[in-house]
Design a protein around this ligand. Structure first.
Ligand code: 3PG
Length: 471
C-alpha cells in the first residue's frame, strides 16, 4: 500500500529508544492502512503525490513508520506510528506540534483522528528542565512532608466581580480557618473591578496575617496569565519583590511558547507554578483531538509544579479509572500500559520531578474520602463552591475541608468525623456523602483489564471514551 507514492507501513519495525511513539485512533473514507499511511506521510516527509525531490536518504532517515495497526473496522482502528528523533527540531516544541499534532487533523479523507498517547524518548526529555519545586518541595514549604496530609485549598468565588478588599477578606477567612492554598480563578487577572496589583497586595497582606495567626505557611496562586509577555514578567517581578513564592498560569490558553518563556523566569526565582488547564477539553473531548495525558506529560516536562488533573468524583469529565491514570502521570516516574484507557507504558526521565496533582471542580468536604481512594494523600483538594457554599459560610467551609483532610491522616472516615464536628455534619446535610466504597468498586474494574482491553479492541474508541473513561 502506498500514499503519495511511498509506503509508510513497516509492520516489522520495532521502535528504538530514540523514536517518538504515537498512538492514534483513526477513522475515515478508506481502509485503515491507507488512512494510517496518510497520517504518517503528512505528519512527516510526504504529501498527496509522489515528488521528484524525494530521495532515499530523506525517506529512510526522516519518515514516520506505521508499525502496528489494530483494526476495529475496515476503516477504523488504533494505529501506532514511530517518528525518528532526527525528524524534529528538538529544541522547539512548536515544530513537534506542527508535525505530529498539525495538518493531519484537517485531511479530507480522515473522519476522526484522536491522539491517545505519546511516548517521549528519554533523550528528548533530557532537553527539558522539569519542575523547579515539584511535589516534595511544595510539601516541605507547607510543612506537610511528615504528616503526608492532603493539601486543601479554595478558589475564591464568585469567580469574578469581587473588589480586591472583598477578595482578600474571603482569602483571609479561608486561610485562617485551615486551608493551605487560595487561588484566583482562571478568568480573573486584571479586570477594572479588581486590578491585579491591588488584589495581589491586599491578598498578600491577608496571607501574612493568616500565617502569623496559624503558624502555617500558606500558598496564594495569583493568576498572572496575559497575552502580553511584558505584563506577565512585570507581575513576576512584583511577586518576587514582596517575597512571595507562587504564581498561577492558565497553561493551555497560553500555549507552549509563552509557557516556556515564563517558566524560564519563574524557575530562576524558584517560584511554585500552579497550572490551571482551562480549555484543555477543547482538545481532549470529541472525535478530533489530543488526550489530556499528553498535555500533562508535557506540562510536567516543561516544568509546572502543580496541575489540575480532574477529580473522578466532581463536576469535570473523567471517571475514577481515568483520573487515577492522570494522577499517576503527575506523581510517579513510571507507569504501565493501560490499553483500555488508550494509554501506553511510560517512564519519566529521572530529573523530571513529580508534580503536585490538583483535584478541582465540583468538590466539597464530603467527597474527600472518595477522592483519596483515587488519588491517595499526595493531592491538593480544592473546593470553590464546596467551601463558600457551606451553610455557615467560608469560615465553616474551610474548617470542614481541613477537618476532612485531618480525618484522612487519622484513618477515620469523614462521615465518622462528622459525628464530632459540626462543620462536617452541616456539609453532609447539604451535599450528602460520596461513599468511597463506590469508588473502590469502580477501580476494581482494573482487575478485568484483559476484558476491558478486548472490549476496547472490538468496540474501538467509543468504548474507551464512553465507558472506560467514565468508570
Ligand atoms: C477550578 O478552578 O477548578 C474551579 O473554579 C473550581 O470551582 P468549584 O470548586 O466551585 O467547582
Amino acid at each position: 500500500m502506498v500514499y503519495g507514492g511511498y509506503s509508510y507501513l513497516d509492520l516489522d519495525y520495532e521502535p528504538g529508544k530514540e523514536d517518538f511513539v504515537v498512538l492514534f485512533y483513526i477513522s475515515g473514507k478508506y481502509e485503515l492502512e491507507k488512512l494510517a499511511e496518510a497520517v504518517a506521510s503528512e505528519s512527516s516527509v510526504g504529501t498527496w503525490t509522489d515528488i521528484k525531490t524525494m530521495n532515499d536518504y530523506v525517506f529512510k532517515h526522516y519518515r514516520a513508520r506505521v508499525f502496528k495497526i489494530l483494526k476495529v473496522r475496515e476503516n477504523e482502528g488504533f494505529v501506532y506510528i514511530a517518528y525518528p528523533m532526527e525528524h524534529f527540531d528538538l529544541k522547539n516544541f512548536n515544530q513537534f506540534q506542527a508535525s505530529v499534532l498539525g495538518n493531519i487533523f484537517g485531511m479530507k479523507e480522515i473522519e476522526s483522528l484522536y491522539v491517545l498517547d505519546i511516548k517521549f524518548p528519554e533523550k528528548y526529555q533530557k532537553l527539558f528542565k522539569g519542575p523547579a519545586v515539584g511535589l516534595d518541595g511544595i510539601r516541605k514549604y507547607v510543612g506537610t512532608d511528615k504528616s503526608g496530609r492532603p493539601h486543601v485549598g479554595t478558589i475564591v468565588k464568585p469567580k469574578v466581580g469581587l473588589t480586591p478588599k472583598e477578595f482578600a477578606e474571603v482569602a483571609y477567612k479561608a486561610w485562617a480557618n485551615g486551608l493551605d492554598l487560595v487561588k484566583d480563578d482562571e478568568n480573573l487577572v486584571d479586570q477594572d473591578f479588581c486590578k491585579w496589583e491591588e488584589r495581589f497586595n491586599e491578598v498578600y497582606d491577608a496571607m501574612d496575617r493568616a500565617e502569623k495567626e496559624t503558624g502555617e505557611n500558606k500558598i496564594y496562586c495569583v493568576n498572572i496569565t496575559d497575552s502580553s509577555i511584558e505584563r506577565m514578567v512585570e507581575r513576576v517581578e512584583k511577586v518576587v519583590e514582596r517575597g512571595h513564592n507562587c504564581v498561577m498560569l492558565d497553561v493551555y490558553v497560553l500555549g507552549f511558547t509563552a509557557l516556556n518563556y515564563m517558566l524560564e523566569i519563574t524557575r530562576k526565582h524558584k517560584l511554585i507554578v500552579h497550572a490551571h488547564r482551562a480549555g484543555y477539553a477543547a482538545w481532549h473531548r470529541g472525535n478530533y483531538g489530543v488526550n489530556f495525558q499528553i498535555l500533562e506529560k508535557l506540562y510536567r516536562m516543561f516544568g509546572v509544579d502543580q496541575l489540575h488533573i480532574g477529580t473522578g468524583v466532581g463536576k469535570m469529565e473523567g471517571g475514577a479509572l481515568l483520573i487515577k491514570r492522570m494522577h499517576e502521570l503527575a506523581e510517579f516516574m513510571e507507569g504501565e500500559e493501560k490499553f483500555y484507557l488508550g494509554s501506553m507504558d511510560f517512564s519519566f526521565s529521572e530529573h523530571i520531578k513529580p508534580i503536585m496533582p490538583v483535584a478541582s471542580g465540583g468538590l466539597d468536604p464530603t467527597k474527600v474520602d472518595a477522592l483519596v481512594v483515587i488519588h491517595g494523600n499526595n493531592v491538593t483538594i480544592q473546593a470553590g463552591g464546596g467551601v463558600h457554599g457551606h451553610p455557615n459560610g467560608t469560615e465553616s467551609g474551610a474548617r470542614a475541608l481541613r477537618l476532612a483532610a485531618e480525618a484522612v491522616v487519622e484513618g477515620v472516615s469523614v462521615k465518622e468525623y462528622a459525628e464530632k464536628h459540626e462543620e462536617l455534619k452541616k456539609a453532609i446535610e447539604k451535599w450528602g456523602y460520596v461513599n468511597p466504597e463506590d469508588v473502590k468498586k469502580r477501580l476494581e474494574f482494573e482487575s478485568y483489564r484483559e476484558e476491558l482491553d478486548r472490549l476496547a479492541l472490538s468496540k474501538g474508541i467509543e468504548f474507551i471514551k464512553n465507558v472506560a473513561w467514565h468508570i
